[in-house]
Design a protein around this ligand. Structure first.
Ligand SMILES: *Cc1c(COP(=O)(O)O)cnc(C)c1O
Length: 388
């Protein structure tokens, strides 16, 4: 018998034989995706967006792998995330997208981080801090060119050159964010490019940044100085109307804890939402919505229905979910898999092969971004490649 101690989390990891699900994270594929985006970026600096724990895969592993590939600039959403990036990338440039919260300037200075300033209030606070410290610290300025969410309006952006506060700090980057870059023929893309260009030309000499993952693939390639991919780094498809040019980074396996035959006219799961029309063999997996697998992937209907619902790959065969996804368990219909090819203790694939993160998102009524960023904390995490 294994000592209990070996199952206690000492290195931040959960042992595979004690976990309901095993998350495979390929850091070499992550690095390779970064290099291929860089090669696509037309000479622009290629940063990496590592907010939300690097889209679920782990900041502490993703950042060193990206740094090793040559990435020098990182974007996060929160100051707390930036401090985690700084801990593993002492020399990197780190931007915080969600802006400067009141009273946090000294924390930025302490960890050598850069706020992305999105309002005159934030600009004034950063300028005041830099003045008081007699140090022109670096920051980015965000101009909202259509999202109506974060950043100065374009008219405000056009007045920036007249503001004396801009002399108190160094504007290292002028940035905006695409609304619908994954729709390559959306006319909004061009309008946003033109709006940012207008602000940029009123502030000569400041590097500009617009494209996210999908923006890098737009036919329209304005000479922006820095690109900010997130999703594509982690294997998501930045070109949804074409084949995915990226390598998969994340795989998810779930353990079968039980198998049973369910007789015709019986239901499976909470609220009896799935009906076996004939005798069906059901496998119960040790993953549920508490692991971040969406409950919206529940299969409500009858055996044999082609439901837009969750799917697992068992011995290479697609097996549909049966019934509601519950907190810690998912039930799937494995009747079509030869009985000797599916046994208690086997693992099945929930993300992998044709079940890409985009496809799991589609089957859950959401997007792959949400699948990645909800990846649970109860999985054993098996990292491949990267540095050490
Ligand atoms: C999240 C985010 C990105 C990355 O977008 P992806 O679509 O994941 O590539 C880039 N810029 C900003 C401002 C963001 O919030």
């Amino acid at each position: 018998m294994t000592e209990l101690n070996s199952h206690i989390n000492t290195s931040g990891g959960i042992p595979e034989d004690a976990a309901g699900g095993i998350l495979h994270i390929d850091l070499d594929a992550l690095a390779s995706n970064w290099r291929s985006l860089r090669d696509h970026a037309g000479g622009a600096e290629t940063a990496a967006v590592v907010k939300a724990n690097a889209y679920g895969i782990g900041i502490e592993r993703a950042v060193p792998a990206l740094n090793g590939a040559g990435c020098r600039t990182f974007f996060v959403a929160h100051l707390s995330e930036a401090i985690r990036v700084r801990a593993v990338a002492p020399d990197a440039t780190v931007y915080v997208l969600n802006g400067l919260f009141t009273g946090t300037s000294s924390t930025y200075a302490e960890f050598d981080l850069r706020p992305v300033l999105g309002s005159f209030e934030e600009i004034d606070e950063w300028a005041g801090f830099c003045r008081a410290q007699s140090q022109k610290r670096k920051a980015a300025i965000h101009v909202d060119t259509g999202m109506n969410r974060l950043g100065l309006t374009v008219p405000q952006g056009l007045t920036l050159r007249d503001r004396t506060e801009l002399k108190d700090f160094e504007t290292a980057l002028l940035m905006s964010h695409f609304v619908s870059a994954e729709e390559s023929d959306n006319p909004l893309n061009r309008q946003q490019i033109e709006a940012l260009e207008a602000v940029r030309s009123s502030l000569p000499g400041i590097p500009a940044s617009l494209p996210n993952s999908s923006g890098i693939f737009l036919g329209d390639k304005p000479a922006y100085d820095l690109v900010r991919p997130g999703y594509a780094l982690y294997g998501g498809n930045p070109t949804p109307d074409r084949d995915n040019p990226m390598k998969p980074v994340v795989g998810l396996e779930a353990r079968i804890v039980q198998l049973r035959w369910v007789e015709a006219d019986h239901t499976v799961g909470y609220n009896g939402r799935w009906l076996a029309l004939t005798r069906r063999r059901i496998a119960t997996l040790s993953v549920g919505y508490a692991d971040g697998y969406p409950r919206a992937a529940s299969a409500r209907g009858k055996s044999g229905d082609e439901l837009l619902a969750g799917m697992a790959l068992v011995a290479g065969r697609p097996c549909p979910f049966a019934g509601n996804v519950s907190m810690d368990l998912i039930t799937i219909d494995v009747t079509d898999v030869p009985e000797n090819q599916v046994q208690r203790g086997d693992t099945v694939t929930l993300i992998g092969g044709d079940l890409t993160v985009d496809e799991v998102g589609r089957r859950s009524g959401t997007i792959g971004y949400e699948i990645l960023t909800n990846l649970g904390q109860r999985y054993a995490r098996a990292y491949r490649g990267g540095q050490g």
